[in-house]
Write a protein that binds this ligand. Sequence first.
Ligand SMILES: [Zn+2]
Ligand SMILES: [Zn+2]
Length: 363
Amino acid sequence: MVYPETFTALGVIDFDDYLHPKVFEYTPQEFRDFDVDIKIEACGVCGSDVHAVSGNWGRPYAPVAVGHEIIGTIIKIGPKAKASLKLGDRVGVGAQCDCDHTCGACKAGMENYCDNSVGTYFAQTIESKQGTIGGNASHVRVNSSLVFKIPDNIDTQHAAPLLCGGITGFAPLLQAGVKKGDRVGVVGIGGIGHMTILFAKALGCEVTAISRSKSKEADAEKLGADHYLATNDEEAVAAHKHSLDLIVNTGSSFSESAVDHLFPLLKARGKFTFITFPPLSERLNLRPVDLLVRGISVQGSLLGSVEEIEYMLDFASKHNIKPWVETLEMNEENLSQAWQRMQKGDVHYRFTMIGYDKFFKDA
Ligand SMILES: [Zn+2]
Ligand SMILES: [Zn+2]
């Protein structure tokens, strides 16, 4: 069977053999009045995908395709779908594919913190309690309110990473209300980090790229960072003391020593934001006194709201934000390669898998 009865996907069937993804078919949940079906063209490879397939977050179920930086075309649209969408639109879906629109967070315009938020993979659909599969597939069926029209001047390959990594790094800048001249530190120059640098520069901030060693210095400069700080250089860390209004931590792990290295970089009333999922066992070793004597805030931010994602795409279009992307044709071998190279940090700085039409037609 094929669309519309079933969707074809490429992903993990056996977690012990996750580096050999396989094609499978699945039956999507029943189409609701406010849903759209998207024929997928491309999907970015997020760090979360690699955590998910390799079992770092447990093994909730298989098969699962992962992929939550989806770009494609609307091929079916419900009568109560978001009014701004129409058949044939090129659209994107990020890491959240459904929410209830009735809880307090949704009513306050924070759909990303919905009590019944549904992730694009490794989550249960609200009505049918069916496991979500992800975007490495021929199609995806989602709540149209979490579907976003892609501005014409953003290429598909560059648009894909914006849907998860891009908004994840941009939202904390918006929430902190950074303005021209504010001093922003971005910890971790990787998929999300490099996009955060691009967005912070476009907002007019003075950006300090922060990494463990000097190895990413040339890239940080190309991305537009004004300063570079290697945290293994004690003298340099001391020289940057009390220099930053905001630190966005994009690294996916956070050691105890990082608190000692990074918090002193903040100015009085500076803010420190976590935006990526560290291992669930990780804890912060913080002394409240260190926060209060300098008025430091520590916060978290997950993805972005509907309004923030719409604003981000418009902003990226106007400011010509282009993530650094390496494209790979979608097939078993290349998807596995992408995951393996992500694990080694061997990508500058995002893969976008393309050619879904060709691959899934033959699959
Ligand atoms: Zn992601
Ligand atoms: Zn809600």
